[in-house]
Design a protein around this ligand. Structure first.
Ligand code: C2E
Ligand code: MG
Ligand code: MG
Ligand code: MG
Length: 288
């Protein structure tokens, strides 16, 4: 009996794997078609300067809405794009679209674009950036490239070379999700970063855990000491915002409190509104 059961389980396991495999194969094919048809969209999430309360930048985040499969998150399709090499076409498209959209925003608002390890391996990141800037006419200092520690581990030499070149041209270079990778501090020394984006896991429980707050403020101080702009990701509550303001030297915040990633039209409205208001939208509503 046990043997029969084991066999049945193996069968189910096999079918699940098969379904999973076929689903991924389908996603690959669909993603390829979607990218070719320029069917992805971009959402923009504002980064707020804590001192002025103005939008200083927006991060471009790729979105894939599939007619039958629904919305597929970047945590699913970006790895597929990396695996298949499609990422290069996506990065090109994101850079072109984001720089073009940024040109419609006030001069003091920049745009940031995520670049992956595979892009560095393919080796055309500088070309993609230069093409996007030339086609859009956006000033170099209004573009920022975000890279993760993971990308740097995989492609350290290629990334160091390209990012050095782009930094000399005035393009911002941000270390994204800081603290979640292997966090080798030597990256901070060797690469031309202009910004440190502290991962949202460092923000998540600062309101309930004093050690977390200490950790966040010390990581922020590390960034400030080497003259980086320091951003906190994932700020969701007023309590977190107040603690960050009172206890850390963090310059900019990004998170659901000030705005979720929004389509181009909506983010333009937020830029206009925050340009005039001194408080986050959510607080203004609460105060009546
Ligand atoms: P990321 O670059 O760290 O982007 C920030 C992610 O955190 C976004 O998720 C954003 O929606 C989410 N987020 C922002 N504020 C909050 C908050 O207050 N709370 C919580 N819980 N989450 C918040 P998203 O859009 O799902 O993107 C996930 C990741 O996918 C990105 O992380 C980035 O690594 C990657 N990604 C997205 N678009 C692109 C792209 O165009 N190219 C590449 N290479 N990667 C991309
Ligand atoms: Mg990012
Ligand atoms: Mg990030
Ligand atoms: Mg993150």
């Amino acid at each position: 009996k046990a043997k029969a059961e084991g066999k049945a389980h193996a069968q189910i396991f096999h079918e699940e794997l098969d379904t999973e495999y076929r689903y991924r194969q389908r996603l690959k094919a669909e993603l390829r078609a979607c990218v070719a048809a320029k069917g992805l969209s971009l959402a923009y999430q504002p980064l707020i300067d804590l001192r002025t309360r103005r939008v200083v930048a927006c991060e471009a985040l790729a979105r894939w809405h599939h007619a039958e499969l629904g919305t597929i998150p970047p945590s699913v399709f970006i790895p597929i794009a990396e695996e298949t090499g499609l990422i290069s076409d996506i990065t090109r498209w994101v850079l072109e679209t984001a720089t073009r959209d940024c040109r419609t925003w006030p001069d003091e608002v920049s745009v940031s674009v995520n670049v992956s390890a595979r892009d560095f391996r393919i080796g055309n990141v500088a070309d993609l950036v230069h093409d996007a800037l030339a086609n859009s006419g956006l000033a170099a200092h209004r573009l920022e490239i975000e890279v993760t520690e993971t990308a740097l581990i995989e492609q350290r030499d290629a990334a160091t070379k390209v990012l050095g070149l782009l930094a000399r041209e005035g393009i911002g270079i941000a270390l994204d999700d800081f603290g979640t990778g292997y966090s080798s501090l030597s990256y901070l020394q060797a690469l031309p970063f202009t910004k440190l984006k502290i991962d949202r896991s460092f923000v998540a429980d600062i309101a309930t855990n004093p050690r977390s707050l200490k950790l966040l403020s010390n990581v922020a101080q590390l960034g400030k000491d080497i003259d980086l702009i320091v951003t906190a990701e994932g700020v969701e509550t007023d309590a977190q915002l107040d603690l960050i303001e009172a206890n850390t030297g963090i310059d900019q915040i990004q998170g659901y409190l000030f705005g979720v990633p929004l389509p181009r039209g909506k983010v333009a409205q937020i830029i206009t509104r925050m340009g005039q208001s001194a408080r986050p939208a959510t607080r203004k509503q609460k105060q009546g």
